[in-house]
Design a protein around this ligand. Structure first.
Ligand SMILES: Nc1ncnc2c1ncn2[C@@H]1O[C@H](COP(=O)(O)OP(=O)(O)O)[C@@H](O)[C@H]1O
Ligand SMILES: [Mg+2]
Length: 235
């Protein structure tokens, strides 16, 4: 269980997150929703240790991870598929996956096993192992960003608007992988804006507004009143 307790964070003097409380259980998809600028991507950065908390704590199964340097986050099995993908465009597909494997220092048999596991999820990437990442289609790049994150064998998978700008067929493939990860017991934290995706994936929806908790709803509550999504997002 990932437990975000009273977390605040700032860029310099500008505070962006205020006393946020969110839990994400293993084997569940926790959707984080909010308007543009609400602080969703900032929250992802804070969980990854890329931006320090100014107060509060983040615990993963009773280990405090909010005091770790960023390069230690993967060792605690937390992985992020960042908004906009952030691949190394000059590196090949295989090398980008290697970046994930190296973050956990996987070697020998374990390294080959993990590499095989992610390539089985994305056969398309296997066909393109030697191709430069920057030359892939948007959908393939999103698959690669997801594969790179899964290569660390995460217990917590964070995805920041993975469907942005992609064709429905690719969005569906990514959603299938997200469901598979849930079934394998990962705690999935999904930043998502599309109402249909939220309704079909979320076990829980956490709405944030101006960096603060607005409300948290279960899947049953969402299903009973889907309009709450649009009302809370102001769309
Ligand atoms: N690197 C940064 N430096 C200063 N302010 C930032 C930076 N990144 C984001 N912000 C600000 O923090 C707020 C939250 O941004 P962000 O977390 O990207 O929101 P969201 O992902 O919900 O759209 C916004 O007001 C944004 O302008
Ligand atoms: Mg964002």
């Amino acid at each position: 269980m990932l437990d975000i307790q009273g977390v605040s964070a700032s860029y310099g003097k500008v505070q962006v997150l205020y006393d946020l409380n969110i839990t994400a259980a293993a084997g569940e998809i926790t959707c984080v929703l909010g308007r543009n600028g609400a602080g969703k991507s900032t929250l992802m950065r804070v969980i990854m240790g890329l931006l320090p908390t100014t107060s509060g704590a983040i615990n993963l199964n009773d280990t405090c991870v909010s005091i770790l340097p960023p390069h230690d986050t993967p060792k605690h099995r937390i992985a992020l598929v960042p908004q906009g993908r952030r691949l190394f465009p000059e590196l090949t597909v295989g090398e980008n996956i290697e970046v994930g494997l190296m973050a956990r220092s996987f070697k020998g048999k374990k390294r080959l096993e993990m590499r095989e596991k992610v390539l089985e999820l994305f056969p398309r990437l296997r066909e393109r192992l030697k191709q430069q990442a920057g030359t892939l289609s948007g959908g393939e790049q999103q698959m690669l960003a997801t594969a790179r994150a899964l290569a660390i064998d995460p217990a917590v998978l964070l995805l920041d608007e993975p469907g942005e700008g992609l064709q429905p067929s690719v969005v569906e493939q990514i959603q299938d992988v997200i469901r598979t990860m849930r079934a394998q017991g990962l705690a999935v934290v999904l930043v998502e804006q599309r109402v249909d995706a939220i309704l079909s994936l979320a076990d829980k929806a956490v709405f944030i507004e101006n960096g603060r908790n607005l409300e948290t709803l279960t899947q049953a509550e969402l299903a009973a009143d889907p309009g709450v999504i649009r009302r809370n997002l102001g769309v």
